[in-house]
Design a binder for this molecule. Sequence first.
Ligand code: DC
Length: 227
Amino acid sequence: MSRKLIVAIDGPSGAGKSTLSKALARELGYINIDTGAMYRSVALLSLQDGIDPHDPAGLQQLCADLTLEFVRSNGGERVVANGVDVSEAIRTPEVSLLTSKVAACPEVREAMVTQQRKMGEQGGVVLEGRDIGTVVFPAAEVKFFLSASAEERGRRRYQELKEKGLEVDLQQTIAEVEARDAVDSERAHAPLIQAADALVIDSTGMSIEAVLAQMIEVVRNREQNRH
Ligand code: DC
């Protein structure tokens, strides 16, 4: 009998995590949990409430009062924070930058990890983030670590922004990807590291379809072999 598993997908920004975890969850009939969106929501609300990103007590209170939901709708997946749809508001460059700061705060991480464990403990979930296989669910049955060269990730981000009609510079976008990698991997608390038992997929030069097919096969095999 096949059982529903916990699937962890970690990796740096721009490695294709969002697209792939959504597609994988859809394919498997699992729930997709975008943990980056949770940290982004904390950053957005701190901005709206005037809480300093270096004020742990203020951020802790914000997290204690925060209700986060992922709602599936016709237009895709929506992120709802304290009853308000923040799906677009959490994607601005200002919020992206602020998110790296609030995500480095141990009080914020503790609150988010607790919520993520509650959301995922029953299985049948794909969690996407930076510390899923190492901190949130170290016993997850399937762990992927998605990577791609900084240049390739910068190019993908550049395309995305251009398609949105934004004026962007390719070299600058690559430099921003590298800068964000450095912040995420050098922070003292829960830095981006690969779980020893994660399957590493380098998607440089690979199509989304090819990576997805590989991931589906791994999960299906695990589902069949688990009793
Ligand atoms: O995946 P993303 O770009 O939406 O992530 C936004 C920020 O949140 C990024 O700076 C990394 C951070 N993050 C984190 O620290 N831990 C996670 N589990 C997910 C995201």
